[in-house]
Design a protein around this ligand. Structure first.
Ligand code: SER
Length: 362
């Protein structure tokens, strides 16, 4: 079912009449990344004024008021519901899709088939919708897909150490359903862009322009993640700021790449704005800092004296972190679309996380 939500203050009316309204569609809008992305899309729309496409957001749950305020129209609905997506297609002329909805790596391991259904089935539905849009309005639909370091899979801690910094095309043997699904999403995006309905007589060439980033663990000062395995990083700092003890579920020597949410949003904006001719691939690594859990804890403890952090590794979640690389080679992103990180771990704490998080828990 497609249920329009009560709207925010900006543009309270759903489109009427036969004219479809130009729109940007964001799925999974209520998640952590949706929060950051919609704030940015709204800021861009304000600059563009009346020419800006409508911002249409959907999520399986009711969206929070601060997210609704960034959107022109919001819907509660399931990306696995094809009939609902058909209705969106009838209402809007969608030129860009940001497909953020997914079940993350920890949650996905409790219900792998459900994760596959949502992560792959939902992605196929969105790619199909984008391709149908392109066919009906005759223009390529830009499609952003957040992939993840979970697409990689290291056989052991020793293999992970030996691999060091990994490039996009190696070690693609994911250990989680989520990782398998993200890797498949990357392939499906490439398929829909270059090969979709290869044998059909009436096929549309390149219906979509698919662009994807393999994100590291993301740390936001505004929101606390849930259902992921990189969550120990953000959880540690949010717990300390809230004056709560934290039991870290991985070993102190665990190391994976992280970045701040503003860096992740900046990466999306840059990749989506890049001229197509400058892109040499569909999926890119991005990198910022790669602390161990102990580095993270030391910085949290020096920032919040008295913070209680203990390490009680959970074997299952530890094995997921041990299968992810400790660092990613982002040279293609730097070369092709000017990616560069804004932070080290220290400046991320000093300039972004600590001031904002202190304010939040004050
Ligand atoms: N942060 C995600 C997770 O932990 C990885 O993309 O599941």
């Amino acid at each position: 079912m497609l249920s329009p939500q009560a709207h925010g203050t900006h543009h309270p009316h759903a489109p009427t009449g036969v004219q479809r309204k130009a729109a940007i569609l964001v799925t999974g809008a209520g998640g952590e990344m949706g929060h950051g992305l919609l704030t940015m899309l709204r800021a861009h729309a304000e600059v563009a004024g009346d020419d800006a496409p409508a911002i249409v957001a959907m999520d399986i749950r009711e969206l929070a008021p601060e997210i609704r305020e960034c959107c022109d129209h919001t819907y509660v609905g399931d990306i696995c519901d094809r009939a609902m997506l058909e209705r969106l297609l009838a209402m809007y002329e969608i030129g860009e899709v940001y497909h953020l909805a997914a079940l993350l790596s920890t949650r996905g391991e409790f219900a792998p088939e459900t994760a596959h259904h949502v992560n792959v089935g939902g992605t196929i539905n969105m790619l199909h919708l984008a391709a149908e849009q392109a066919r009906t309005h005759g223009r390529t639909v830009k499609f952003f897909f957040p992939s993840s370091i979970a697409a990689y899979g290291m056989a052991s801690v020793a293999a992970k150490r030996a691999a060091g910094t990994v490039g996009e095309d190696e070690h693609l043997d994911p250990h989680t359903m989520y990782g398998c699904n993200k890797l498949e999403g990357e392939h499906l995006g490439r398929y829909y862009e270059f090969h979709y309905r290869k044998l059909a007589k009436d096929r549309t060439e390149r219906p979509i322009d698919f662009r994807s980033i393999r994100f590291p663990g993301i740390i936001s000062a505004e929101t606390v993640p849930s259902g992921g395995t990189s969550d120990y990083g953000p959880e540690m700092i949010h717990a300390a700021a809230a004056g709560k003890p934290y039991r870290c579920f991985v070993r102190p020597d665990s190391r994976i790449p992280f970045m701040t949410m503003p860096e992740a949003i900046d990466a999306i904006v840059r990749l989506m704005a890049a001229p197509k001719a400058s892109l040499s691939r569909s999926t890119y690594n991005v990198a910022s800092f790669s602390p161990s859990a102990a580095d993270f804890a030391a910085l949290v403890q020096s920032t919040f004296p008295g913070a209680e952090i203990s390490f009680e590794p959970d074997a299952g979640r530890q094995s997921i972190i041990d299968s992810w690389p400790e660092s990613c080679d982002d040279s293609a992103a730097r070369r092709d679309w000017g990616w560069s990180p804004s932070h080290t771990l220290e400046t991320a704490f000093r300039e972004y996380l600590v001031p904002r998080i202190r304010e939040r828990y004050a």
